[in-house]
Design a protein around this ligand. Structure first.
Ligand code: C2E
Ligand code: MG
Ligand code: MG
Length: 287
């Protein structure tokens, strides 16, 4: 029908736009399937938000010296009634694309801050960190939202950390620098996640009020094969005078290396995977 023809033509046009415009794309069954799958995922996510199927897991961050839990990274999970635990890589990109992340990110922030306060009140004053995606960062209202979150939950700004990627900092977007300045003025901490994987201009990085570098886990897991690179990345971080966290520590050897290189903290499966708040409390009690 004319209707279907127009719809299919539309799909091809959207694909051409996505591929950078100024080109043409043919409609295909494959294209249609991809679009349907996306629409389906989006409506599934909306349903999951309504049914409160999202849950925060927490991964402990430990001091390499004392081996005590000093922080927690909040990592989102979708607890699907049929499919079980769905990792963020399966839905964060879609949330980013559709803007759902702005709403979701606020929920993550509020939940994590409230959890920090709950644990603090029980004598565990941990550094709580949450991940930010580029879209949230470009939202000019982020700092206001953070201020409101701290106010509502009673979480101290210096116990709250935002993990951002090198690419966000390097984006040369004026809004990004002003949001960073606003966040810093609130007193919250900033860390660079997956450090070493981007193409950071180190001089530029030093212009930002960054407190901590999280060494990407690819360097840690690649230690056996390529120790020189991992050594260099940590030395670089040290030269910049920042707190260093080794990510993805899975073995005792990797921990020994992180300690010897002077990484202040580590997180990884060696001590614990990301776990539910209840399980995290058991880890705290045992520490
Ligand atoms: P990330 O922030 O770099 O988080 C670390 C990821 O490494 C987590 O995967 C964690 O489970 C995994 N990991 C930790 N220790 C080990 C280890 O020893 N070995 C291995 N192989 N993996 C380890 P996860 O939870 O699947 O999260 C993936 C990414 O999704 C995160 O990477 C983060 O960028 C993003 N993400 C998670 N939660 C949120 C959120 O609430 N908001 C946003 N914007 N992004 C999120
Ligand atoms: Mg992270
Ligand atoms: Mg990371």
């Amino acid at each position: 029908t004319l209707d279907t023809l127009m719809k299919f033509a539309d799909l091809a046009m959207y694909r051409a736009k996505e591929d950078g415009r100024n080109c043409f794309r043919y409609f295909s069954k494959n294209l249609q399937d991809q679009v349907y799958a996306r629409v389906e995922l989006e409506s599934e996510i909306l349903r999951a938000i309504r049914l409160e199927e999202f849950q925060l897991f927490y991964q402990p961050r430990l001091s390499t010296n004392t081996m005590r839990i000093v922080g927690a990274e909040a990592l989102i999970r979708w607890v699907h009634p049929e499919k079980g635990l769905i990792p963020p890589s399966s839905f964060i990109p879609m949330c980013e694309e559709t803007g759902l992340i702005e709403h979701g990110g606020e929920w993550v922030m509020m939940t994590a801050a409230a959890q920090q306060v709950q644990w603090r009140d029980r004598g565990f004053d941990l550094n709580m960190s949450v991940n930010l995606s580029p879209r949230q960062f470009r939202n000019g209202e982020l700092a206001q939202k953070v201020a409101a979150c701290l106010q509502a939950t009673g979480c101290r700004p210096d116990a709250f950390e935002f993990e951002i990627t090198e690419s966000i900092i390097m984006s040369k977007d004026d809004r990004v620098s002003s949001v960073i300045a606003d966040l810093s003025a609130l007193g919250v901490r900033l860390s660079i996640d997956d450090f070493g994987t981007g193409y950071s201009n180190l001089a530029m990085l030093q212009d930002f009020p960054v407190d901590c570098l999280k060494i990407d886990r690819s360097f840690i897991s690649g230690l056996a094969k390529n120790r020189a690179i991992a050594d260099m990345i940590v030395s670089l971080a040290k030269l910049m005078g920042m707190k260093i966290v080794a990510e993805g520590v899975e073995t005792a050897e990797q921990l020994t290396w992180a300690r010897a290189k002077g990484c202040h903290e580590f997180q990884g499966f060696f001590f614990s995977r990301p776990v539910t708040a209840e399980q995290f409390e058991q880890l705290l009690a045992a520490s």
